[in-house]
Design a protein around this ligand. Structure first.
Ligand code: NAD
Length: 358
């Protein structure tokens, strides 16, 4: 294998750190860009310093750059100094709800930051693979238009043809997105354009719930991680609307990184893929509460708020058929129970370190 030079933005976050670790272990030279902006968005609980520290201790040749993706000149100099073979762009303002308080910052980070990176790639390394992390929120609330049925613990699709979930055919306009969904949709379209118009090896992944032990979960982002945090350390978890039966599909960051690897080995310029846990890793809020209680042995303190989050999906399951047809060797390798176990173990270790003054 020829070692490659890889740039990961958002490298202290969930997906970014997973990519850094995975490709560093394979012997590639990995550069990370992260300015810990998650802490700016979400306060102390969003601080990703612990994860950067962890990365530094587990990697062989990882180089961190404390840079902001909004800083076009800083990005240009980085791309002048290194010739990247792949860019994995994960830096983002990732919260649907948070965006309403910071519309300009949200747009600058999500849309402008993405164009800065695409353009630097086009100018300095146009043959590189470029992965952009988009979101299922680009579909806005149009998935809620599918006929649904209410089961005892979850909503589900009523029609057999919808069983495997939302495909890439779902429309992305004329729907309520949240400002986050709109800034990501802007970036998603521009990224597709660099693939289609310039023929660059751009892949767009529209994430369902991406999760794993490296998430710095907060109430506004990282639902499983935050759920486990509240279960283990106390406090009250709020469930917003839909009788607590809203469904999310969860994919472990490791499976996300394996999808990046599959795309990079055989890139298809400008393609868009839904990427989540699919039907097998789908779970409702009520089911997730029961599971976290069972696997952690702790009772979760939660309350029901009788108003759903604006534009929130009622039942969202990513249909993985397109990605699997293009990349048949890829499939989900980590199931829900294992995801819960890993997050519980990580959060428990944080709590015990904290207890020891760590
Ligand atoms: N986690 C999910 O459930 C989910 C779902 C759908 C899509 N996504 C998308 O996947 C990507 C990765 O998500 P994640 O869960 O790893 O997010 P994360 O918040 O854990 O990581 C993002 C990282 O980017 C950094 N960052 C933010 N703004 C920056 C800036 N201006 N310059 C440099 N660094 C900056 C943050 O400090 C953070 O460490 C994002 O684009 C997100 O929108 C995530």
């Amino acid at each position: 294998m020829t070692p490659k030079t890889i740039l990961v933005t958002g490298s202290s976050g969930l997906i970014g750190s997973g990519a850094v670790e995975y490709f560093d272990h394979q012997g590639h030279k990995v550069h990370g860009v992260d300015n810990n902006m998650r802490q700016v968005f979400f306060g102390a609980p969003g601080d990703t310093t612990w994860n950067l520290k962890r990365l530094r201790s587990v990697t062989k040749s990882f180089i961190h750059h404390e840079l902001d993706v909004r800083d076009r000149i800083g990005m240009e100099s980085l791309f002048r100094a290194h010739r990247f073979d792949m860019i994995i762009h994960c830096a983002a303002q990732p919260s649907h709800d948070k965006a309403r308080d910071i519309p300009i910052l949200d747009f600058e980070v999500n849309a402008l930051g993405t164009v800065n990176l695409l353009e630097a790639t086009r100018r300095h390394c146009p043959d590189a693979v470029f992965i952009f992390f988009s979101t299922n929120k680009v579909y806005g609330d149009s998935p809620n238009e599918l006929p649904l049925k209410e089961l005892e613990t979850r909503w589900d699709y009523a029609r057999p043809e919808d069983y495997n979930g939302i495909t890439e055919q779902c429309r992305i306009d004329r729907t309520l997105h949240s400002l986050f969904g709109a800034s990501k949709a802007s970036a998603d379209l521009v990224a597709q354009e660099y693939g289609r118009y310039f023929g660059m090896k751009v892949g767009v992944f529209r994430g369902g719930c991406l999760t794993g032990p490296s998430h710095s979960g907060v109430e506004l982002h990282g639902f499983l991680s935050y759920l486990v945090k509240v279960a283990l350390s106390g406090g009250t978890y709020s469930v917003f609307g839909y009788q607590g039966k809203q469904v999310r599909d969860n994919i472990h960051s490791h499976d996300v990184v394996r999808a990046i690897e599959a795309f990079a080995a055989n890139p298809r310029p400008g393609e868009v893929y839904n990427l989540g846990g699919g039907r097998q890793n789908s779970i409702s809020m009520l089911e997730a509460i029961a599971k976290v209680e069972k696997l952690s042995g702790k009772k979760l303190n939660w309350k029901y708020v009788d108003e759903n989050r604006k534009g929130d999906h009622i039942c969202y399951i990513s249909n993985l058929a397109k990605f699997q047809s293009h990349y048949p060797s890829w499939s989900i390798s980590i199931g829900l129970d294992e995801i819960f176990r890993q997050i519980i173990a990580e959060q428990a270790s944080h709590l015990s370190n904290f207890g020891q003054g760590g």
